[in-house]
Design a protein around this ligand. Structure first.
Ligand SMILES: [Zn+2]
Length: 108
C-alpha cells in the first residue's frame, strides 16, 4: 500500500514568479498560479499593528516566502484561522510552513 507522498514545504525567499498571458502571477518554474495570504502579527493596540506578513507560495513546487508588508490599520484582513479551536490555531500560527500547508490545503 502506498499513501500520498509527503513533500515538505520549503522556504525559498526570492523564488521566481512571472506573469502569464492573462496577467496572472504564476510560478516561473512550474507555471502554477501563485497563491498568497496576508496576516497581522500584532494586536490592534500595538504601534506595529500595520506591519503584516505577506506569504506567497507555489502549490506545485511547494515553496513559499514571507515578506513584511504594510497594511493600513483600517483594512480588515480575513483570518483564515478563525473558527479553529484555540490549540490548533496556536499550533499552526507557530510555524510558517505549517500555516502555508494549512492555507494551501484549504484552497481559497
Ligand atoms: Zn512552481
Amino acid at each position: 500500500m502506498t499513501g500520498p507522498v509527503w513533500r515538505p514545504w520549503r522556504k525559498a525567499p526570492g523564488w521566481e514568479t512571472a506573469l502569464d498571458g492573462d496577467g496572472r502571477r504564476v510560478c516561473a518554474v512550474c507555471r502554477s498560479a501563485v497563491r498568497s495570504y496576508t496576516h497581522r502579527l500584532y494586536a490592534a493596540g500595538s504601534r506595529w499593528f500595520e506591519r503584516c506578513v505577506g506569504l506567497t507560495w507555489c502549490p506545485g513546487c511547494r515553496v513559499y516566502s514571507g515578506t513584511m508588508v504594510h497594511v493600513p490599520r483600517e483594512r480588515v484582513l480575513a483570518d483564515a484561522l478563525a473558527g479553529l479551536p484555540a490549540a490548533q490555531r496556536e499550533r499552526i500560527a507557530r510555524s510558517e510552513a505549517r500555516l502555508v500547508q494549512f492555507l494551501d490545503r484549504r484552497g481559497t
